[in-house]
Design a binder for this molecule. Structure first.
Ligand code: PLP
Length: 386
């Protein structure tokens, strides 16, 4: 029986070197609390400092600008909530896009219920936000722009550096969700011109429940969510997740080391996959054909339910997804596809293949072979056809 994992945008397996590093901080004498003054604490504090430096270096930041969080969702919430409330006296307008992850979209919507004025920008057919639309939406009241670097459902890479330039000129805080892009394409906080940037461990062969938020020095941002101790220099209360932090730093180190070669390798597999599937009748690629993540291929199949494809693929030992991990399982069509102008009935036929470090060309060949009879059978059964 084959076992092929094609859902790396959903989550990734923990790299053995990451697990090894984490185990070190779950066993023996490495259990200290970094806030303690005795030697157990001091040893761990030193390690957390080293980990912070590694994370910072990977994105061109300095260590003092990194805060460890419980993952991408918390980083997004912390960034947006903190920026909004800290700058409320300057204005109440926030700009985002219609295709953001729910960690951003729902946070911004919640602010909308608390007196903030929200602009949700449309996207084009590829899921791309336009820099001109961002420029046109800015008002004297705009305090925050939050736009993702790469979309989790369709893989499209957004023009964040251009938006960052605009934000800097207008002195507006710019947050970027880089949860999907980090480790796959270059992420440098100065090149992107960001004030705040979110990353997550479990998308890059690190553990779940750990992430980081970059906060540019000088940014008018205060923590507004967690009340408690003085950890993370008053930016994130709560005793640090030491095994998680050590695992995240190791995962980031590996991601930086392998990014270029691995992305080039996956791009070849991705393109073979795209060519194979779009060669079939009534199948089209979603997301941008060129400006897309190197490991990401997403499609719309006419007359088929995405869920049925997933079940059929699962029976052949292939794990894929239809859009984001959070929206699958619900009957609602993807907000990303709808924003791209895909019709309701069509949006249900989506399939997302996201490649990772253990995938080979044989996997792609096996998948393409497996898909032919699946599509044929499902279409034969489909009440949607004719
Ligand atoms: N942002 C994006 C773009 C994501 O794809 C995800 C996860 O799917 C998140 C945020 C949430 O990250 P986490 O699962 O670490 O909370």
């Amino acid at each position: 029986m084959h076992s092929i994992y094609f859902d790396h945008s959903g989550t990734t397996p923990v790299h053995p070197a990451v697990a090894e590093e984490m185990y070190r901080y779950l066993t023996g004498d490495n259990f200290g609390n970094p806030s303690s003054v005795h030697n157990y604490g001091l040893q761990i504090r030193k390690k957390v400092t080293e980990a912070r430096e590694k994370v910072a270096q990977a994105i061109g930041a300095s260590a003092g600008e990194i805060v460890f969080t419980s993952g991408g969702t918390e980083s997004d919430n912390m960034a947006i909530h903190g920026a909004a409330y800290t700058n409320k006296n300057r204005g109440n307008h926030i700009i985002t896009s219609a295709v953001e992850h729910h960690a951003v979209l729902n946070t911004v919507k919640a602010l909308g219920k608390d007196g903030f004025d929200i602009t949700v920008l449309p996207v084009d057919q590829y899921g791309m936000v336009s820099v001109d639309d961002v420029a046109a939406a800015i008002t004297d009241k705009t305090i925050l722009i939050t736009i993702m670097h790469a979309n989790n459902e369709v893989g499209t890479i957004m023009p964040v550096a251009e938006i960052g330039k605009l934000a800097r000129e207008r002195k507006i805080i710019f947050h970027v969700d880089a949860v999907q892009s980090f480790g796959k394409i270059p992420v440098n906080v100065d090149e992107l011109g960001v004030n705040l940037l979110s990353v997550s461990g479990h998308k890059i062969y690190g553990p779940k429940g750990i992430g980081a938020l970059y906060i540019r020095k000088g940014t008018r941002w205060r923590q507004t969510l967690f009340h408690g101790g003085a950890q993370e220099r008053l930016r994130r209360a709560g005793t640090e997740n030491i095994p998680g932090i050590m695992g995240l730093a190791r995962a980031i180190e590996l991601a930086v080391e392998n990014r270029e070669t691995e992305s080039a390798r996956l791009k070849v597999l991705r393109d073979k996959l795209i060519k194979g599937l779009t060669g079939m009748e009534d199948v089209r690629l979603t997301g941008h054909p060129v400006k897309r993540l190197p490991n990401h291929a997403s499609f719309l199949f006419k007359y088929i339910e995405g869920e049925s494809m997933l079940l059929s693929l699962d029976m052949k030992g292939i794990a894929a997804s239809t859009g984001s991990a959070c929206t699958s399982g619900s009957l609602e069509p993807s907000h990303v596809l709808l924003a791209m102008g895909v019709r309701h009935e069509e949006a249900h036929g989506s399939l997302r293949i996201t490649l990772g470090k253990d995938n080979t060309e044989d996997d792609v060949d096996y998948f393409l072979e497996a898909m032919k009879p699946i599509v044929e059978k499902l279409r034969d059964m489909s009440p949607l056809k004719d």
